[in-house]
Design a protein around this ligand. Structure first.
Ligand code: ATP
Length: 260
């Protein structure tokens, strides 16, 4: 499998703090890869670096054959690298259906006159957008909530909406930052099924940060482990779980029990 995302010697220092230090990491096309590590290990900072929300102190990032080092988030998103955030950052006062339609708007071809007068290109696109929006809502288990205001749907559904919004942009690589945070067991199970479908049916590569070890181990093809900004190791979950350095990093956090 080819690497879709390649970080090489990627570093960022905040004053004296080496938040990410010389990390080499590949995410291969078609895989589900997880980035794990104790609190403060540098996981979110690493996501911010590869998605353009932070500029590296040194090192490079390439995505789908493009050097994206230091590029802005909208530029990486245009190339197909799209992320969600730990906290939901979605519009609260629009309906679920409308927020998804906003996600599709970047793909429209109708010009402004055509849109204002609902001309033939706009009409066709509206029908198409409606169809695609319904399909994504169905895919993410949100169809029954489509006419609710975002602020009135359960928290777990808001988290799924963030995933649906990212999917609406047709990404090649989806970065999910702690998608299971705050979800109950039933919602977590639903999330696992949806992540697997995103990769298996939509063929989208998934790279996630997650503290829920049962989730990580059950869906990931490979794991990379960060600790104090450095990559400790990477590999298939069963191997990583046996690595003494990983056990040491997680000592007292129940990592081994969760994966055996
Ligand atoms: N903008 C910033 N300025 C200064 N320090 C920062 C900044 N962003 C992150 N840090 C520090 O960098 C380190 C790594 O933080 P980061 O949030 O990436 O860790 P994490 O592995 O995602 O942690 P968690 O699992 O708790 O979310 C922490 O010590 C954090 O305080």
């Amino acid at each position: 499998m080819e690497a879709l995302l390649e970080a090489r010697a990627l570093s960022i220092h905040f004053g004296g703090l080496k938040a990410v230090e010389k990390v080499d990491l590949d995410v291969r096309e078609g895989e589900i890869m997880s980035l794990i590590g104790p609190n403060g290990a540098g996981k979110t900072t690493f996501f911010n670096l590869v998605s353009g929300f932070l500029k590296p102190t040194s090192g490079t990032v390439s995505f789908d054959g493009h050097d994206i080092t230091g590029k802005e988030p909208y530029e990486t998103a245009k190339l197909g690298l799209v992320r969600t955030f730990q906290k939901t950052n979605i519009f609260a006062d629009v309906t679920v259906a409308d927020s998804i339609k906003i996600g599709f708007s970047q793909h429209r071809h109708a010009n402004i006159i055509d849109i204002l007068w609902n001309g033939p290109v706009s009409k066709k696109e509206n029908i198409e957008t409606q169809k695609q929006a319904d399909e994504i809502l169905e895919f993410c288990g949100l169809y029954d909530w489509k006419n609710f205001l975002v602020k009135n749907i359960p928290y777990g559904k808001q988290r799924m909406l963030a995933v649906a919004l990212a999917l609406a942009t047709s990404p090649k690589l989806l970065l999910l930052d702690e998608p299971a945070t705050g979800l109950n067991p039933a919602e977590t199970k639903e999330l696992i099924d949806i992540i697997l479908k995103i990769r298996n049916e939509r063929k989208i590569t998934v790279f996630l940060i997650e503290h829920n070890m049962n989730l990580v181990v059950s869906i990931s093809d490979r794991l990379a482990v960060l600790c104090y900004g450095e990559k400790l190791t990477e590999g298939v979950p069963s191997e990583v779980a046996k690595d003494p350095r990983v056990i040491e990093a997680y000592l007292g956090r129940g990592f081994r029990q969760n994966v055996s």
